[in-house]
Design a protein around this ligand. Structure first.
Ligand code: ZDP
Length: 277
């Protein structure tokens, strides 16, 4: 079959967007998505995102396949791209704000006048069972974890998807290619995990590098930036509003007093096309 797609990117975290309004199920399989994400034999992307009809009274439903074909619950950069994509699809009918159902619950992106997308990401979850992790404390805040023969102090936060955060002196010095997979597949994370390495430069400015579950090294991770701010606040290292500097550029993250997280950043159309799957 021929699939019509549009590519978008948010800080270099890139996605193939599919207009899936005609069906409740994604138009392609996880295996087909994995092939399309391949940077040499396919279109190239960190994941495929499907804009499906809404559920529970929402405007749309978002589903996503990672570049390895696995399905995460949520995707922060992806939902900014999806908001821009549906506004582009709807043209004159486009709204400033959309309600989107995801496997992590209701997410609400707003297209702002300065061309950014601000997303109400909902609440962070901290209970070990919600991450999920088998690290034997109720919450995992600054707990030791043995990885690659070294002890790391980790904090675990779920933004619907799992994140393991650790603070380092110099993010540039981390051998992500080697260490990332060892965190992702560590036996204490039954659903695997995304891993963020943070260098706190100032309480309102943090550098972050990420190894993503199912996608490896990416230039940015929205849910990861949100989880990182929460972890930095819980460890007494950051303000509740900060800029998270990713290899692909900065994201503005805010942990509001009512416990909701807001993420603000760009989302840009790259190109569209048709591909045989
Ligand atoms: O949880 C996972 O398996 C992630 N790979 C999902 C994608 C997260 C993303 N990078 C983000 O911005 O939140 C898209």
């Amino acid at each position: 079959m021929t699939l019509t797609f549009t590519k978008y990117q948010g800080l270099g975290n890139d996605f193939i967007l599919v207009d899936n309004r005609s069906s409740q199920e994604p138009l392609i399989t996880p295996e087909q998505a994995e092939k399309l994400c391949d940077r040499h034999f396919g279109i190239g992307a960190d994941g495929v995102i499907f804009a499906l009809p809404g559920q529970n009274g929402t405007d749309y439903t978002m589903r996503i396949y990672n570049s390895d074909g696995s399905e995460p619950e949520m995707c922060g950069n992806g939902i900014r791209c999806m908001a821009r994509f549906i506004a582009d699809l709807e043209g004159d009918q486009a709204k400033a704000s959309y309600t989107i159902h995801t496997l992590a619950g209701l997410i609400t992106p707003t297209l702002t006048e300065d061309g950014q997308v601000r997303v109400d990401m909902g609440h962070p979850r901290l209970m070990s069972s919600e991450i999920p992790t088998t690290i034997p404390t109720e919450k995992v805040i600054d707990q030791p974890l043995e990885v690659a023969g070294q002890s790391w102090n980790v904090t675990c936060v779920s933004m619907g998807n799992p994140h393991c955060i650790t603070f380092v002196e110099d993010v540039a010095a981390i051998d992500l290619e080697k260490i990332g997979p060892l965190f992702e597949h560590h036996p204490v994370f039954p659903a695997r995990t995304n891993t963020e390495f943070l260098q706190v430069v100032r309480p309102d400015y943090i550098k972050m590098r990420v190894w993503e579950r199912g996608a490896g090294i990416t230039l940015a991770c929205g849910t990861g930036a949100c989880a990182s701010l929460v972890a930095a606040v819980l460890n007494g290292k950051a303000d509740r509003q900060a800029t998270i500097e990713l290899p692909g550029g900065p994201l503005r993250i805010e942990w509001a007093e009512d416990d909701r997280i807001f993420m603000t950043g760009p989302a840009t159309r790259v190109f569209g096309g048709k591909v045989e799957v």
